[in-house]
Design a binder for this molecule. Structure first.
Ligand SMILES: Cc1cc2nc3c(=O)[nH]c(=O)nc-3n(C[C@H](O)[C@H](O)[C@H](O)COP(=O)(O)OP(=O)(O)OC[C@H]3O[C@@H](n4cnc5c(N)ncnc54)[C@H](O)[C@@H]3O)c2cc1C
Length: 456
């Protein structure tokens, strides 16, 4: 009998399991794949390229995260991105153009036409929304105009969610900006008057990774939890209430087994969670299945430095839909973390597919590689044959916070309220970034410990 069984060894489940274990709870984490990590997957090639097949960077300013990484023995392995990480590009008429980070630079930038810049100045005069929600595209077109929405907001949405701004819910995907408009009547006023706890300074976000790639973090969690508390190759197949607790059916290395626990955290993707709760709550199961996921093919290419015309002096570039390219964006990991490639070589990471072009994510390897190489030649002036070519498939990469997302989450909250001891966790809820998943896992662990103490 465990205090808590956590299903799913992505960053959400690992963060919760580790925080519970540190507070003295008897925890078991079960993970379907042979290793933990979920989307955090990395590999090092024989010739010395370090590939992050999922997330490439995490941004945080949270002291408790630094402490936890030290405690996990990752303090020396954590690497902070080069200052060039602050330089980000957007494609403009086929060429990478720096995103201006200050208002003065924005006025001089060719990214927007003069009428579009003047329209930006009118933002504080635009009335606030009177509807319950709006698409991201509709929200920004109304507030700042069509051109900045197409040129700047669209690539940002595909960069974070692999999403389509016309389908993404503003309230669910950007709750802080939605609330800022509702509170202050304008984004500019909202940002200038954002409430802050007294004495609290806004800490600067640090962009980081690890020497061996992002997967070092889940590996360290697994080591910290101990082999007896982490079962890999273990698929959760059924869940039912049992007295004051829960019975979970798992298939461990193909053999069926029953586990009992006072509480269960389902930290699995929404469609998996939907199957596990189907017999308990049909409405919750339907709500979970209705959350769409965008597919993504991630292509790594390694070139000799002299074969790349562009200096790759920044984080990477994003491609707005209006540019009509077949990549959503290309990151330049060797500019952030120089040891990602052997001496004299550069590494790039391309994202193909997403909600806008899902059919491209399903192309055969040869076609998806050819597509990425053609885009590198056209956009970055790459020539010659890459030294390294690698494709990673994510058929259900990132959940889409589309219209009706908040109503779906409300259905899930009602289910949790009617089934004490059952908790849903994961990137379809409370943000998709690694940092938010880590934070939500840790916060849920604190709630469970408080509940256990209250009922003890
Ligand atoms: C290509 C890509 C690039 C990204 N880039 C970034 C980035 O640069 N920065 C950033 O902050 N975020 C990025 N993200 C988003 C971020 O990585 C994810 O949102 C986050 O890692 C999700 O963590 P999770 O634990 O919620 O889910 P997951 O990582 O999906 O973990 C769920 C786990 O559940 C397991 N599982 C499924 N079914 C079962 C079952 N029946 N029984 C047991 N286990 C099961 C799965 O195997 C998996 O390990 C990226 C995501 C992708 C896909």
């Amino acid at each position: 009998m465990y205090d808590v069984v956590v299903v799913g060894g992505g960053i959400s489940g690992l963060s919760a399991a580790y925080a519970l274990r540190r507070r003295g709870m008897a925890v078991l984490l079960v993970e379907a794949r042979p290793e933990v990590g979920g989307a955090l997957r990395s590999l090092t090639t024989a010739d010395g390229f370090v590939l992050d097949c999922g997330p490439n960077t995490v941004t945080s300013s949270d002291e408790t995260l630094w402490q936890e990484l030290d405690e996990l023995g990752l303090g020396n392995q954590r690497i902070t991105a080069d200052r060039r990480g602050a330089r980000r590009y957007i494609l403009l008429r086929g060429r990478p153009e720096l995103i201006p980070m200050r208002p003065g630079a924005m006025l001089r930038s060719p990214l927007l036409s003069t009428p579009a810049k003047l329209r930006l100045l009118a933002e504080p005069l635009v009335p606030r929304a009177t509807t319950a929600d709006e698409s991201v595209a509709a929200f920004f077109t109304r507030r700042i105009g069509r051109e900045p929405t197409e040129r700047l907001v669209d690539p940002f949405v595909s960069g974070v969610y692999g999403g389509d701004p016309a389908a993404t819910s503003m309230k669910a995907a950007f709750p802080t900006l939605w609330a800022a408009e509702q509170r202050a009547g304008s984004l500019l006023r909202g940002m200038l008057t954002a409430p802050r706890a007294t004495g609290q300074k806004r800490a600067r976000g640090v962009l980081f990774n690890f020497t061996e790639g992002m997967a070092a973090w889940p590996r360290a969690y697994a080591a910290g939890l101990g082999a007896e508390a982490v079962w890999t190759d273990t698929l959760a197949t059924g869940l039912e209430p049992l007295g004051d607790g829960w019975r979970l059916e798992v298939a461990r290395s193909g053999r069926s087994q029953l586990l009992e626990a006072s509480a269960v955290i389902l930290a699995t993707p929404a469609h998996v969670t939907a199957g596990l709760v189907e017999a308990l709550d049909r409405a919750a199961s339907r709500a979970l299945r209705a959350i769409p996921y965008a597919p993504m093919a991630v292509v790594h290419l390694g070139y000799l430095r002299e074969h790349m015309a562009h200096p790759l002096d920044g984080f990477g570039l994003l491609c707005p839909a209006v540019e009509g390219r077949r990549v959503l964006g290309i990151l330049w990991p060797t500019s952030l973390f120089p040891d990602r490639a052997p001496e004299g070589s550069v590494l790039t990471t391309s994202f193909i597919g997403g909600a806008r072009m899902p059919q491209l994510a399903a192309l055969p390897d040869a076609e998806v590689l050819a597509l990425a190489e053609e885009e590198h030649a056209a956009i970055l002036g790459a020539r010659g044959t890459p030294q390294l070519r690698h494709v990673t498939r994510w058929p259900q990469a990132i959940p889409q916070y589309v219209a009706g997302h908040d109503e779906r989450l409300a259905v899930l909250e009602r289910m949790e309220a009617s089934w004490p001891g059952l908790y849903l966790l994961g990137n379809y809820r409370g943000g998709v970034s690694v940092e938010k998943c880590w934070r939500n896992g840790a916060a849920l662990a604190r709630r469970l410990v408080a509940r256990a103490r209250a009922t003890a």
